[in-house]
Design a protein. Structure first.
Length: 160
């Protein structure tokens, strides 16, 4: 062996002995007592409660993501339908003869105006549905809008 091995070995032994003394002092001065079964039961109960809270929060987030994805899928389908209408060239029709007069019919009441995006109609519809006791989620499903947008309208009108 090389002569440098001996001082290195001696230094390692001194360091190891120093670490042993430190560990012995730390264990003796900390006053730590071993865990009792009651301590372990409290720990398990707390861990169980935390895991249940975590599971509940995950379920809420999963539901929110599902609702958001459904809304996005609906909007994508609507946009695709609009694009296909735009791409379809208008059909040129031959001029027709004037149609024969139709028999007299009872007048049909005008349909309710469609809700314009972000307009007063949407807000009025949200308030009407809220007045019927529907939840924000039910209103969002009925209007095809995100729940957050419905909650915003309800919050701004003081009906959260």
């Amino acid at each position: 062996m090389d002569w440098l091995w001996w001082p290195q070995l001696a230094l390692d032994l001194v360091l190891l002995a120093g670490m042993g003394v430190l560990v012995w002092r730390l264990r003796g001065s900390s006053g730590a007592r071993p865990a009792t079964p009651a301590d372990l039961q409290r720990f398990i109960a707390e861990a169980t409660r935390l895991s249940q809270d975590f599971d509940r929060l995950l379920a809420e987030k999963r539901e929110l993501v599902g609702t958001t994805l459904k809304t996005l899928d609906d909007r994508i389908a609507h946009l695709q339908a609009m694009v296909s209408q735009i791409k379809t060239p208008p059909r040129v029709q031959a001029p027709r003869q004037a149609p024969a007069p139709a028999p007299a019919q009872t007048p049909v009441p005008p349909a309710a105006p469609a809700a314009s995006p972000g307009g007063q109609d949407f807000r009025a519809l949200v308030l009407q549905l809220a007045g019927q006791g529907k939840s924000a989620q039910e209103i969002a499903s009925a209007t095809g809008r995100p729940r957050g947008e419905v909650e915003l309208v309800l919050g701004l009108t003081g009906q959260s």
